[in-house]
Design a binder for this molecule. Sequence first.
Ligand code: NAP
Ligand code: ZN
Ligand code: ZN
Length: 348
Amino acid sequence: MPSAIPAIIATNATDPLAPGTIERRDVRANDVRIAIRWAGICHSDIHTVNGDWGPQRYPLAVGHEIVGTVAEIGADVTEFVVGDRVGVGCMVGSCRECANCVSGDEQHCEKGMIGTYGAIDFDGSVTQGGYSTEVVVAEDFVLHVPETIPYEAAAPLLCAGITTYSPLRHWNAGPGTKVAVIGLGGLGHMAVKIAHAMGAEVTVLSRSLAKKDDALKLGADHYFPTEDPETFTALRNTFDLMINTVSAPIDIDAHLDLLAMGGALVNVGLPPEALPVSVNRLIRGRRSFAGSNIGGIAETQEMLDFCAEHGIAPEVEVTSAQDVNEAWERVLAADVRYRFVIDTTTIA
Ligand code: NAP
Ligand code: ZN
Ligand code: ZN
């Protein structure tokens, strides 16, 4: 019998989130039931509920930055025991057989990965996310969260961490490379910390000077405001890699001019609008404009272990179930420093 679990629910695209319940399946042989302790607030939660990326299936509990402890395991689970500190990110299933799944890129499953919320699961149910007190997930999509990472700060690694770690690794950020991070929000601040730990020279491009002191404390070497046209003159032909984390459209052409010969501008931000690109900006200097979507499960574990090893954790503001709508407003205003996490003990 599926159980009714307390959650914070969106009932449509416009009304505030409100307390409610969702159903969780009983634990199957390969499943882990997790008592959720902290749930991060990603801008994608807001895009989704607002319908920015298309119509949704309501009622919906969002949230794909989940940490907690294992409360129950299925008969065939081998990787986890009750009490383990674990995490779940943006996906809870994939076919596990296609070339991309086999190579560890489950997020690019040829049959479509199953998102942690709002997706149709194998049994036909709609997946429900982490703004809740419990979740049941196949063990292959559960991560070990090292105990040395502060508990309340770990959740944002499961999306913001892996979404920035993956392109930094793929495009070889490291000693001798110049990396720019565009937008200093949840993803952006993790990109700065991780790129710095990888040994890259890091520049933050934020709209104003407001976040300069923070950026330098996070590990940035340089900081420039994009509202100042002089920034685009001073930094021409500079960067090997630029990671765009902005949740709204920006002038991609102007930013492409800041790439060095052979450099890449990688979009992880996912605004609802198209981002126009001029081909002549790409052919000059053999530049690339690319995208990146979260990361695979093995790579997510690698990222968690990397963060533990380097003492990296997100900067978080704890919020309660009661204040979650206000927290969303502050994310929309780019006012969060730098990621909200929901204390799930406040979910009735
Ligand atoms: P966030 O915390 O809200 O940060 C976004 C940042 O973008 C803000 O802090 C702000 O930085 C900048 N910004 C916001 N509005 C802007 C505007 N109108 N013009 C210019 N800059 C603006 O969001 P997030 O959670 O980091 O997510 C960022 C984006 O990545 C979202 O679109 C999200 O859906 C997407 N995402 C993609 C993936 C993936 O796998 N590709 C995974 C997770 C999230 P400044 O104040 O510094 O300018
Ligand atoms: Zn996310
Ligand atoms: Zn697959």
